[in-house]
Design a protein around this ligand. Structure first.
Ligand code: SAM
Length: 268
């Protein structure tokens, strides 16, 4: 089996063979799974799950496979949440949630957090509903903030939004596993890749709690433009890099307003 996978271009053929054997329901199912994998379907879609932050996340076909580099975004979100000094449960939102991997991982590290996840793609929403409710969260379907319940407005502490950020012209250059097997809406971020981010940044200020933060991933070459986008939206950005995982994450804070000092009464 490993030889078939290797011939099909699977670099970690032995490891994949082991995972396929563990996932298969008998020899006929195993043969079908090997054929699908050798035919180019992502391993995670064949076995039905992905490992993310040491968790097993269900991933349905066509749904974006959570990337290992995105674990860095989760780590930045955990650091942001832990730095918040505030009473009561933290409110965590995973916008553009796909499978819901980010939200589930954040909830696993932030005891008692109130978790919401949302996506526009019904296939992603169905997949997230397999992962997020068991972690204590709720999944919503719709366009960006339009999917969220009103009661979250101004209350979100951690707003993770791994939006699609591949420039349209570069989608054709992605590896076939992504290009052919993940939904276009999960990948294509418009001309410079930042169209969805611009819409998220424009809405984030009114949904974030004072001191809360929006976190998103970009490529290294998009970082300067992304920083300008969130700054223009009134947020205070910080760029963090993880060279090992090739990840660039922007954390953009809603800076709490200084309390207004009442005007001194006029004496004359
Ligand atoms: C890059 S994938 C990230 C998925 C997941 N957060 C992860 O990291 O594994 C982007 C996701 O954004 C969703 N999406 C794209 N446009 C959207 C919109 N306007 N409103 C809500 N979700 C959207 C896609 O359906 C897709 O699931």
């Amino acid at each position: 089996m490993a030889a078939v996978l290797r011939a099909a271009g699977c670099v970690f053929a032995e490891d994949e063979a082991r995972l396929l054997m563990a996932a298969a329901d008998g020899p006929a199912d195993l043969a079908a799974k090997v054929e699908r994998r050798a035919g180019g379907l992502p391993l995670e879609h064949v076995v039905g799950w992905a490992e993310f932050m040491s968790l097993r996340i269900a991933v349905d076909e066509r749904v974006f496979v959570p990337r290992r580099r995105t674990e860095f975004l989760v780590e930045c979100g955990i650091a942001l949440a832990r730095a918040r000094e505030r009473a009561g449960a933290l409110v965590v939102v995973d916008l553009c949630c796909g499978s819901g991997a980010i939200g589930v991982a954040l909830a696993a590290h932030l005891d008692g957090a109130e978790l919401h996840a949302a996506d526009l793609d019904p296939a992603a929403v169905a997949c997230a509903r397999r992962n997020v409710p068991p972690a204590g969260g709720t999944v919503h379907e719709g366009d960006l903030f339009g999917a969220l319940p009103e009661q979250l407005r101004g209350r979100i502490d951690v707003l993770a939004a791994n939006v699609p950020y591949v420039p349209t012209a570069d989608v054709a250059l992605l590896p076939a596993e992504a290009r052919d097997h993940e939904a276009r809406i999960a990948l294509d971020g418009g001309a410079d890749g930042l169209d969805v981010l611009r819409r998220v940044a424009a809405g984030a200020g009114e949904w974030l709690a004072p001191g809360g933060g929006l976190l998103f991933e970009v490529s290294e070459r998009q970082a300067a433009t992304a920083v300008a986008v969130v700054r223009a939206a009134g947020l205070e950005p910080r760029v963090e890099e993880d060279d090992e995982r090739g990840a660039t994450v922007v954390t953009a804070l809603r800076v709490p307003q200084a309390p207004r000092t009442p005007k001194a009464p006029r004496t004359s």
